[in-house]
Design a protein around this ligand. Structure first.
Ligand code: ITT
Length: 198
């Protein structure tokens, strides 16, 4: 009996539209656990400004599917720092480019509450406009100084609660993916994707 679904001829393959190779490598590592293959489509999507990262991901995935006409995922993520009212949140990419790790550490100078979380939304859409979003969160704290050269973005200043004293920047991709926001959202996506195709 053939396992190919004629309405969905791609098998367990998904196309990840992103410009960030680190995100893609994390996705490849996580989705492999579920036998879902992933290919990267390096393409810029419009980054609208919105307080809600799910809205940003929804708009981006609709644009991506229109352009490539394949089943795709996009992912939007941000760092939310409690003492700063959730800043930089949906503006993480801009803030990282403008003030970097040093700027965030300066803003938290002398602040005792260093709790923070990363949030991720993975948005899936296929050419029939089936759109679905998956969420992942990791709670932790902002370290006192940047440590580690692994990962990307704010990884060197984020210590997840599951691994106190060790930043994401000091971890391998596989270690980070044990509890990262992105890995959690991708696992929810992978479980759904497998059952949807079954
Ligand atoms: P896309 O092409 O997929 O949009 P991007 O890097 O621009 O890639 P985002 O728009 O989701 O991704 O940007 C969120 C920013 O938040 C990102 O540039 C990092 O600075 C930060 N960030 C998100 N996830 C992170 C993670 O796992 N580790 C460290 N920093 C992260």
């Amino acid at each position: 009996m053939s396992t190919i679904n004629k309405n969905f001829p791609y098998g367990r393959l998904i196309f990840f539209v992103t410009e960030n190779a680190h995100k893609f490598n994390e996705a490849r590592s996580v989705l492999a656990e579920y036998n879902v293959a992933v290919a990267m489509i390096k393409m810029r999507t419009l980054e609208v400004q919105d307080d809600d990262i799910e809205n940003i991901a929804r708009i981006r995935v609709l644009q991506a599917v229109r352009e490539v006409n394949l089943p795709v995922i996009v992912e939007d993520a941000g760092l939310f720092i409690d003492a700063l009212g959730g800043f930089p949140g949906p503006y993480s990419s801009y803030v990282y480019r403008k003030i970097g790790l040093g700027g965030i550490l300066k803003l938290l100078n002398g602040v005792n509450d260093r709790s923070a979380k990363f949030k991720s939304v993975v948005a899936f859409c296929d050419p029939n406009n089936n759109l679905k979003c998956f969420h992942g969160i990791v709670e932790g704290r902002i370290s006192l100084e940047a440590r580690g050269s692994g990962g990307f973005g704010f990884d060197p200043i984020f210590e997840p609660n599951e691994s106190p004293g060790k930043t994401f920047g000091e971890m391998t991709t596989e270690e980070k993916c044990r509890f990262s926001h992105r890995a959690r959202a991708l696992r929810e996506f992978a479980k759904w994707y497998r059952s949807w195709q079954a």
